[in-house]
Design a protein around this ligand. Structure first.
Ligand code: NAP
Length: 539
């Protein structure tokens, strides 16, 4: 137990979380001469890339787009080994950044924040940790991650299960040996797919419990040799410019070619060209109309289903693997490597939970409607309480002691620009709901954009002699209406997924991320700053 009173002098800014966003936030605020401390629950930096060390964890964004842009030295020193780096490489990169910029001296690890209270008299936040330490700071930045609070399904008898249990989002640091083991995995999202394709040839037997099949598409992941690295370094200025001006923060965008203007042969040629890129470019770039036009979406969905059919030999199994009741791209599209072929292996069994729901855990496995599946280990790849989970897990009390958790329960999720919440002055959020960063953006692009904006806003507020900044209720409501209007013009709300909050019982249903585009959002944020924050009240 640490002392109840912090020995740390009052801070200008307290940042919660030392992942990709928190590290950069610390760097930026320190550069501006502010006194900053980061509190981090893990024992190391890297956030998502610290916790998600499950077999096969790998980035679905290309290395050249999934990095920091603030340091020429860093861009020239760090060498990515492949197009889609695996978890250890990205974790190493973030550790390298922490060392290079001497960030650790202002990070307190192994520290779970339990509460944050805004004091209206002195306009400061008091943050309390699980071990009873307190810190005060004028500003609070929640860099707690969009996908950092794991969800476990409520399955009866879990405590009775005598085998090993894992959640992918809390994977142990020690290697887990599944050789010859009977392993069950629940969940076939982006995470489950990576685990399944990685362990299927190692385990004795793999039982995949699938509730919803996914339109996963093949990843093309070449190694980066010295020539390619040199080319990329030469192109970095162009790539940096590009990612900051595209809809999703990647180095590609919606095409200008319209589906309607093409013949069937031309449509197919275009889809094949994007498909062969082996990246998420197929999702965004082939036909942007898939997000709003059901007919185009049906066409592309059928193209992807045809690719799945080609790869699975058993006719019954392939039927179970084909997504049929929602459209391609309306939930996160996973990249895969040999995933569908796994189901041709004799040691892999697919359980369709729609036909055969799980009834309970037993001491020796999982009991479904059709019988018991004996298991030595179970892996929950069941996802996260996205966007809100890491924020509502903390007792955040704003003005009039209003709890953020209650604010979001009564009125649904509300957040001005996805950056601040009315009633919670001087608190900023990165990758929070109602911003593109919550889901529809390459994370480093949008998180760096938000960090830059927050850093400038904090500096401005202080330089003008103000003690606090808070968005007005009207501005917040306007942003919410604009968000909903755009969201409801797409097909995304028709599909169940963490994008809509449907994966968490009782969570208000609302499209989590802003769908107006990361580029449009950035221009709007820049305009607000240039106009001296006209939608906020200063004290
Ligand atoms: P997810 O997409 O929410 O998938 C969770 C899976 O668990 C789904 O298949 C879900 O089925 C299933 N599930 C949940 N509760 C269940 C229950 N009670 N019974 C049976 N099945 C249940 O979570 P995720 O795969 O961890 O991915 C979350 C996000 O993390 C991704 O969308 C992506 O943004 C990010 N991610 C990125 C990468 C990368 O860059 N490579 C890798 C992994 C994850 P239903 O679909 O039926 O709900």
């Amino acid at each position: 137990m640490r002392p109840s009173k912090s020995s740390v002098a009052p801070l200008d800014v307290l940042v919660i979380g030392a992942g990709l966003s928190g590290l950069y936030q610390l760097y930026q605020l320190r550069e501006r001469g502010l006194r900053v401390l980061v509190l981090e629950v893990g024992s190391g930096v890297a956030g998502t890339w610290y916790w998600n060390r499950y077999p096969g964890a790998r980035c679905d964004s290309t290395a050249e787009c999934y990095q920091y842009w603030f340091s020429e030295d860093l861009l020239n020193e760090w060498t990515w080994s492949e197009r889609f780096p695996a978890q250890p490489e990205t974790e190493r990169y973030l550790n390298y950044v922490a060392d290079k910029f001497d960030l650790r001296r202002d990070i307190q690890f192994n520290t779970r924040v339990s509460a944050a209270d805004f004091d209206e008299t002195d306009n400061r936040w008091t943050v309390t940790t699980a071990s009873g330490e307190t810190f005060t700071a004028q500003f609070l930045v929640m860099a707690t991650g969009g996908l950092s609070t794991p969800t476990l399904p409520d399955i009866a008898g879990h405590a009775d299960f005598q085998g090993l249990s894992f959640h992918t989002g809390r994977w142990p640091k020690e290697a887990v040996d599944f050789t010859h083991k009977r392993v069950g995995i629940i969940g076939t999202g982006a995470t489950g797919i990576q685990v399944i394709q990685s362990i299927a040839s190692q385990v004795g037997h793999l039982t995949v419990f699938q509730r919803t099949p996914n339109y996963a598409i093949p990843m093309r992941n070449p190694r980066y040799d010295a020539t390619r690295v040199a080319e990329l370094r030469r192109d970095y200025p162009e790539i940096k410019e590009l990612v900051h001006n595209t809809f999703t923060g990647h180095d590609y965008d919606f095409g200008t070619i319209k589906f309607e203007d093409l013949t069937t042969a031309e449509r197919d040629a275009r889809m094949w060209a994007y498909w062969n890129d082996g990246s998420l470019k197929f999702w965004v770039g082939a036909f942007g109309e898939i997000f709003a036009d059901q007919r185009v979406n049906d066409y592309v969905s059928e193209f992807v289903r045809a690719r799945i059919r080609e790869r699975v030999t058993d006719a019954d199994v392939v039927e179970k693997l084909l997504p049929k009741d929602y459209g391609f791209g309306t939930r996160r599209v996973p990249l895969e490597t040999g995933y569908f072929e796994v189901f041709n292996q004799p040691n892999v069994h697919l359980v369709d939970l729609n036909e055969e729901p799980i009834e309970r855990f037993t001491a020796s496995g999982v009991q479904t409607k059709k019988g018991e599946h004996a298991l030595d280990a179970v892996i929950f790849a069941t996802g996260f309480d996205a966007g809100t989970g890491s924020l509502t897990a903390i007792d955040i009390r704003g003005r009039k002691k209003l709890l953020l958790r209650d604010a979001w329960n009564e009125d649904g999720i509300r957040a001005w620009m996805g950056l601040q919440v009315h009633g919670f002055p001087n608190m900023f959020m990165i990758m929070a709901p109602l911003s593109p960063a919550a889901a529809f953006c390459n994370v480093p692009t949008c998180s760096q954009q938000q960090v830059d904006w927050i850093s400038n806003c904090i500096t401005y507020t202080r330089d003008q002699g103000h003690r606090s900044i808070e968005p007005t209720a009207e501005a917040e409501a306007r942003w919410g209406e604009h968000h909903d209007e755009l969201a409801n013009a797409t097909l995304v709300p028709k599909t169940k997924s963490w994008y809509m909050g449907t994966n968490v019982a009782g969570k208000p249903r609302r499209l989590l991320a802003y769908v107006g585009g990361a580029n449009t959002y950035r221009y709007a944020c820049d305009k607000i700053a240039a106009e001296a924050y006209p939608e906020s009240v200063f004290n």
